[in-house]
Ligand binder design. Structure first.
Ligand SMILES: [Zn+2]
Length: 138
């Protein structure tokens, strides 16, 4: 097994970055990196893929840039979607090893995405409907 693997990041069909990634430790086990396909539970689109040559790719439920928690229709049924995750983000709020594998082009995109989202958030009035969890009977 190689010491380094080639990782490809695609946003929809467009290549964002190619980089080299190494193995990582999980407790006492040295593991090979893996890929993730980002699946939006609203539009059913795989809006990003991070693949690692010769390694398996997992599926991650994550809202695309066009959809977010406010678009919910029974959000509780989406299972493992991180509700605090920025729509369209490749960042993980719980996996620092994953984040360390994101190359500069992906980090730059994360920064721009965060700024755009926060600007949008600042310009939106806060209504009770924007809050989570929804009120019963609403
Ligand atoms: Zn979507």
């Amino acid at each position: 097994m190689p010491a380094e693997f080639t990782q490809y990041i695609f946003l929809r069909k467009e290549l964002l970055a190619v980089s080299k990634v190494g193995k990582f430790w999980v407790r006492e086990q040295l593991c090979a990196p893996y890929g993730e396909a980002f699946f939006c539970p609203i539009c059913a689109e795989v809006w990003a893929t991070v693949t690692v040559e010769g390694q398996p790719t997992h599926c991650r439920n994550a809202f695309c840039e066009r959809h977010e928690i406010g678009d919910r229709l029974g959000t509780w049924s989406f299972g493992t979607v991180e509700r605090w995750q920025l729509p369209g983000s490749l960042w993980s709020s719980y996996d620092s090893v994953w984040n360390s594998r994101l190359p500069p082009a992906a980090l730059q995109r994360e920064l721009l995405l965060t700024i755009a989202y926060r600007e949008k958030e600042l310009n939106q009035p806060i209504y009770a409907d924007n809050l989570y969890p929804p009120r019963l009977g609403a």
